[in-house]
Structures are given as structure tokens and as C-alpha cells.
Design a protein around this ligand. Structure first.
Ligand code: PGA
Length: 266
């Protein structure tokens, strides 16, 4: 039986004191069942202080992104070894906000500056492989935009992103991976994907892995759902057979809500 993996993506929120306060409130509320893994992904600057607070707890630490080079003249970047050094064991790669695919139009969004960060299928694959090589478990995000959904291309977009992310990944490595199906239109919008549809598309991710590596291998891969998961809808989503957890943004910044999501794991 696969674990349920609930990860909180704090995005660009939290000075060190704010992160410490959130965690201080959260830790006493969390009592995950034996089959549930909890991960928090704070800002880079808060990683060390959060790591200190997590010592001795079963809650794991993750980064929100990484660069694929391990060191060198790459101003502003963070690498797998640096994340490991701070106590991370997980890292998010290919989040739609890094791919420049937004559910809510951003007023200062400018495609000429590479959509803020410019992650592509190719760089997501490099990041994923760098994470694996550096001993981190990647949480690899895939998902369609509203326009792609309306055009009926959800499955092909999600399948193509999944396939591209896995280029050069060995059969041993793929079994450690976490995917997060995050429909772009559901992220930060309050508009959650219906549980049956989320389950179906998580199944598309799994089937894509099965096509590449075989169905036994695909059964070991974790596929989370992400996009407006909250205390009210988590139970329905997490009860679905192909949904192995949640990647939670906004609701992970509210201790009580995040704890309720964790408690909703089957
Ligand atoms: P949300 O974000 O829960 O605020 O929709 C999810 C995510 O971006 O991972």
C-alpha cells in the first residue's frame, strides 16, 4: 500500500520568525497516522530554522526548487547539496509558477523575461535528475492550463510533461518519485478539481509511468493532487485510489487547516 504524502508548499511566504511561529502552532496539532508522511517546504531563508524545529519530529523538510548544477558561477541559485546541507530530503520541481503557467493572470507577468523563471520540460528534467543524484526525492509537478483543458488536451499535456520529466531516469529512481498533478487553473484560485476527475488524471500520470517502466513500477510511484486543497475538500480527494496525497499551498499557511488536511489522510 502506498503512503499518503501531504506536503505544504509555503511559496514566498515567511520570514524566519513567521515560519517558526507557523511551525510552532502546527507541530502540536499534527498526529499523522502510520501510513502518512508530512513534508513542509518553507522559503529558502527559513529552511535552517525550520530544520532545527523539526529535529526529532517525523515531519520532513523540502525545498521549493533547485538548480541542476551543484556549484559554480550561477548567481542566485541553490543546488541539491546545499538543500541537503540544510536538512532537506525532498524538493519540488516544475511547479507551474516556475514554469510560468499561472491560473490567475499576474499583472506584472512578462513572457519576455522568460515568464519569471522560465522552467521548461527540459530544465524540469535536469532539475529532477539533479535532485535524485543529490539524494533528494523530487516532487515533480505536472498539470494543464484552463485553455488546454477546454481544448480537450489535459491528458496529452499531463502525459507529455510526465514523459519529459522522466527522460534518463532509471527504473530504480522512478520508484522513489513523487508526482503532483496540479491543474494550473485550480492553483490558488479556490476552484478545486472534482475528486473523480483529479483521480482520473492522477491515473493518467500513473499510466504514463506504466507505459515507460511497466505497471508494477507505476504502482510504486506516488501521485499527489494539488490545487486549492483545503480542510473541507481533502477527505474526498485523499479517499481516491489514484491520489496518494496532496501538495497544499494556501491552506498550508494556516496551521489548523493543514493539520485537518493531514488528519483527513485515509
Ligand atoms: P494552492 O497551491 O493550494 O494554494 O492552490 C497549490 C500549489 O501551488 O502547490
Amino acid at each position: 500500500m502506498r503512503q499518503t504524502i501531504i506536503a505544504g508548499n509555503w511559496k514566498l511566504n515567511g520570514t524566519r520568525p513567521e515560519a517558526e511561529a507557523l511551525l510552532g502552532e502546527l507541530l502540536p496539532l499534527l498526529s499523522p497516522n502510520a501510513n502518512t508522511k508530512v513534508i513542509v517546504c518553507p522559503t529558502f531563508t527559513a529552511l535552517e530554522s525550520v530544520a532545527t524545529l523539526l529535529e526529532g519530529s517525523p515531519i520532513a523538510l523540502g525545498g521549493q526548487d533547485l538548480f541542476w548544477k551543484t556549484k559554480g558561477a550561477y548567481t542566485g541559485q541553490i543546488s541539491a547539496p546545499l538543500l541537503r546541507d540544510l536538512g532537506c530530503t525532498y524538493v519540488i520541481v516544475g511547479h507551474s509558477e516556475r514554469r510560468g503557467r499561472f491560473g490567475v493572470p499576474e499583472p506584472d507577468f512578462d513572457a519576455t523575461i522568460l515568464a519569471y523563471f522560465g522552467d521548461s520540460d527540459t530544465t524540469v528534467n535536469r532539475k529532477l535528475r539533479a535532485a535524485l543524484a543529490g539524494g533528494l526525492i523530487p516532487i515533480c509537478c505536472v498539470g494543464e492550463t484552463l485553455a488546454e483543458r477546454q481544448a480537450g488536451s489535459t491528458d496529452s499535456v499531463v502525459g507529455a510533461q510526465t514523459t519529459a520529466a522522466l527522460a534518463g531516469v532509471s527504473v530504480e529512481e522512478v520508484q522513489t518519485l513523487i508526482f503532483a498533478y496540479e491543474p494550473v487553473w485550480a492553483i490558488g484560485t479556490g476552484e478545486v478539481c472534482a475528486a473523480d476527475e483529479a483521480d482520473r488524471v492522477c491515473g493518467v500520470v500513473r499510466q504514463t509511468v506504466a507505459n515507460l517502466y511497466g505497471s508494477d513500477v507505476a504502482e510504486t510511484v506516488h501521485v499527489q493532487y494539488g490545487g486549492s486543497v483545503n480542510a473541507g475538500n481533502a477527505k474526498d480527494l485523499l479517499a481516491k485510489p489514484n491520489i496518494d496525497g496532496a501538495l497544499v499551498g494556501g491552506a498550508s499557511l494556516k496551521a489548523k487547516d493543514f493539520a485537518t488536511i493531514v488528519a483527513a489522510a485515509p
